[in-house]
Design a protein around this ligand. Structure first.
Ligand SMILES: C[S@@+](CC[C@H](N)C(=O)[O-])C[C@H]1O[C@@H](n2cnc3c(N)ncnc32)[C@H](O)[C@@H]1O
Length: 336
């Protein structure tokens, strides 16, 4: 019986997981780490049901104390698993997974990061924390140092998952002022309803700033070509596309292949490499959900996520990397 429960629960959990994954890879929009989708919980929850129902059925006919004891154990554990399962996956994700399986489409990411979405607090809380830590002020000199030697005219930087482009605008205007050379900064995000942060003054004769919303990174190559931009000098991606790609698919090779095509030889990826430990992240993830605030990062930086991949011999053939000042710089050293 346990075996049947196991297979039943396991196949159900796998189906659910597949639904979620289909959703992820088709839309590439969902942060799986936050969604949860614990196979173990699903398995326990769905596995416990057929087993318990049999116990109840038996106890109706034979009022044997042992069966009554099993029955109450079942009822309480089913209750605990149900609550655990719902809290972990949340009804919204379960419904979404079924709607998706039925072929219904809706923009998950807009729900997630939109003003009513549950990740809306992520951006606000993380930005507040970064302000407090003076993060941008600390990392900026390292960015400037990397960009200064490049001779391109204009120096073209793309940020594929810029959200409201707050950091991008602040970096862009500083670069234009400090480097005293033409800067073209393209900040994009796949959100349709994201509002560009207009609180930062980006008026400068040397700065050309673009904000492309509703632009998934997979559209970038075409959009750049339409603007007659074949390749860029830098890809700046703070907890952006590479980070999402890793947390969703555990797969960064393809994303680097894609961006390598957009990047000039000698071009550089500028990625976040803040340090944090597991327990602090767990606590801050809870604090974010409960109180909407964090005292440290609730998730790994892009560097911590992709660290192992960086030493892959195939990747090393065309890239070298360096972690400096809480930043990860990856240089593309040859054409694909
Ligand atoms: C965690 S936020 C980080 C935003 C910003 N880089 C920052 O540091 O504040 C992730 C952003 O990635 C965007 N995003 C996720 N997947 C994307 C994709 N496939 N193409 C473009 N943007 C994407 C989301 O819309 C969201 O704004």
């Amino acid at each position: 019986m346990l075996l049947v429960s196991y297979f039943y629960g396991s196949s159900f959990a796998n189906k659910m997981k597949r639904n979620i994954e289909t959703d992820l890879s088709s839309q590439q929009k969902f942060n799986k780490v936050r969604v949860g989708g614990s196979k173990a919980l699903a398995l326990a929850f769905f596995g416990v049901f057929p087993y318990g129902i049999l116990l109840i059925a038996v106890s109706v006919f034979y009022r044997i104390p042992a069966f009554l004891l099993f029955e109450s154990i079942f009822i309480y554990s089913a209750l605990i698993f149900s609550i655990g399962y719902l809290v972990h996956n949340r009804p919204y994700n379960i419904i979404r997974s079924y709607l998706k399986a039925e072929g219904s489409k809706f923009s998950l990411l807009s729900l997630e990061y939109s003003p009513t979405g549950r990740l809306k607090d992520w951006a606000r809380a993380t930005r507040k924390l970064n302000e407090k830590k003076k993060w941008l002020e600390k990392i900026y000199p390292y960015i400037e140092e990397k960009l200064a030697p490049i001779e391109s005219d204009p120096l073209t930087i793309i940020s594929p998952a810029a959200n409201n482009a707050n950091y991008e605008k602040r970096i862009a205007i500083k670069l234009a002022k400090q480097l005293n050379k033409p800067i073209r900064f393209i900040a994009c995000d796949q959100l349709e309803d994201i509002e560009e942060d207009r609180s930062i003054n980006i008026d400068h004769k040397l700065l050309e700033f673009h904000f492309w919303k509703d632009t998934p990174y997979s559209d970038l190559s075409n959009r750049l070509q339409l603007q007659n931009i074949s390749q860029v000098d830098y890809v700046l991606d703070f907890k952006g596309v590479i980070w999402h790609q890793w947390s969703e698919e555990k797969e960064v090779e393809t994303i680097f292949k894609y961006f390598d095509q957009l990047l000039k030889p000698g071009g550089i990826y500028i990625l976040d490499a803040t340090d944090s430990n597991y327990f602090s992240r767990r606590w801050n993830a809870i604090a974010l959900r409960l109180f909407g605030r964090i005292t440290n990062y609730a998730e790994e930086s892009t560097y911590l996520m992709i660290k192992k991949f960086l030493t892959d011999p195939k990747f090393l053939e065309n890239h070298r990397h360096e972690v400096v000042g809480g930043m990860l710089f990856i240089t593309k050293i040859s054409v694909e």
